[in-house]
Design a protein around this ligand. Structure first.
Ligand code: NIG
Ligand code: FE
Length: 408
């Protein structure tokens, strides 16, 4: 791998490109000192920019860099055995209750040292980046002790530095009850709120706080305790909400001004209204829906009618969504959830950025924003959703550098 500093600068004039919104018109982007200086139709380009270093897009379609706003990328081991158990008929809840599920990844994550976790997560990150990802959220939640949550979050930070990709870390200490706290979930939440979160936040390792609010995880009251602790530290919250049942998590999260509620297959009308009022993003995770062979669709039509922004993400994790292509999730969001193509593309750009509080720096190609954009070998935007298993990336400009396609 090239170090970030060796990657060529993207500064200059990008022409021979077409914006997804109107692919019939030639577009142009001016990058100056790693940021977007100007973007628009080539024929409207101010003369002052015409003599800059030239980058020929070769007719490629251009979109903002993709944002993967919900991942559990850092963990030890893998769980192909559970995949086989589910094929034989076991449900996710049954696997979890039998001692598998999240806690089996906790065992493997605790056993792995930081460098091993880094190497394994880096290999996965490289695949996501190859698909045009320029910003990614990475959660903890497989350590479930101060030492091991710290190890996961440190790996997440190191990945961002090594690859020159924006990483937002989310502390998910309340992901599952660690076995040593069996029957003592209140005490574990004490540990999360009083020790783990303050210590990790003080170390600069936490950008947001998440909880898995579910029958097999934490109750609404426990979730609220974690939210209170996050708010006391000035940290934004998000929630794994209403994935397997309606726990009322979205209404609670909205009260705390959550950035996002994620999964939400069982989201109620009340939850939708609360999210609308608080400006909370609905993060749709078709990879988990697919892997669990779920049949309970998230309330897409009602979210659309209410104007709640919908993001789409991989939810990459070793249990419910071992997915390493955000573009495949775009396809699934359309095919399984019936999003329109523009909705799905907004879901992995502008709305995904909002789900991370990154709307001022990611998810759009606009003057003043860091240069993060992708050139695609397709004729029209619908092809980004239509093909699957294809890798149509021609070039990626990430943080103002040409990370892929250096000949552009
Ligand atoms: O987003 N729902 C809870 N957490 C993960 C699954 C984690 C796991 O099974 O390891 C999710 O689906
Ligand atoms: Fe998740």
């Amino acid at each position: 791998m090239k170090s970030v500093n060796e990657l060529p600068s993207a500064d200059g004039l990008w022409s021979g490109i077409r914006f997804a919104a109107d692919a019939s018109v030639e577009g142009a982007i001016v990058v100056e000192q790693g940021a977007i200086r100007w973007a628009g139709a080539r024929k409207a380009l101010p003369a002052e920019f015409t003599a800059l270093a030239q980058h020929d897009g070769g007719g490629a379609l251009v979109t903002p860099g993709l944002v993967d706003c919900h991942t559990h990328l850092v963990y030890g081991g893998q769980r192909a055995n559970e995949f086989a158990m589910r094929l034989a008929g076991a449900t996710y809840e049954e696997v979890a209750k039998a001692g598998g599920g999240i806690v089996s990844s906790v065992r493997a994550t605790r056993e792995a040292d930081e460098d091993t976790l880094f190497a394994q997560a880096a290999a996965r990150l490289e695949q996501l980046l190859a698909d045009g990802v320029c910003a990614i959220e990475i959660k903890s939640g497989y350590g479930l002790s101060l030492e091991h949550e710290r190890k996961q979050l440190r790996v997440a930070r190191r990945l961002g530095e090594a690859y020159g990709v924006t990483v937002r870390t989310t502390f998910l200490g309340a992901h599952a009850l660690p076995p040593e706290y069996a029957g003592r979930s209140g005490e574990y939440i004490d540990l999360v709120c009083d020790e783990m979160l303050p210590a990790l936040a003080a170390e600069g390792l936490v950008d947001a706080v998440d909880v898995f609010c579910e029958r097999i995880a934490f109750s609404l009251a426990e979730t609220e305790r974690v939210f209170k602790a996050a708010k006391a530290l000035g940290l934004p919250v998000k929630l794994h909400a209403e994935q397997l049942s309606d726990m009322g998590g979205a209404v609670l999260a909205a009260r705390y001004g959550a950035l996002s509620c994620d999964h939400i297959e069982h989201l109620s009308a009340e939850g939708i209204e609360a999210m609308r009022r608080s400006g909370t993003v609905a993060v749709l995770l078709p990879g988990a829906y697919y892997t669990l062979r779920d049949t309970h669709l998230p309330p897409i039509a009602a979210l659309r009618a209410a104007g709640v922004p919908m993001a789409v993400s991989t939810d990459h994790n070793p249990g419910t969504s071992p997915a390493l292509s955000l573009l495949l999730m775009v396809n699934m969001a359309c095919t399984l959830f019936r999003l329109t193509v523009p909705e799905a593309l907004d879901g992995v750009t502008v709305h995904a950025a909002r789900a991370l509080g990154l709307q001022d720096t990611h998810g759009a190609i606009a003057p003043g924003m860091p240069a993060n954009f992708v050139l695609w070998n397709v004729r029209e935007a619908a092809e980004l959703a239509y093909w699957f298993g294809q890798q149509p990336v021609r070039a990626v400009v990430r943080q103002g550098r040409i990370a892929i396609g250096a000949n552009a």
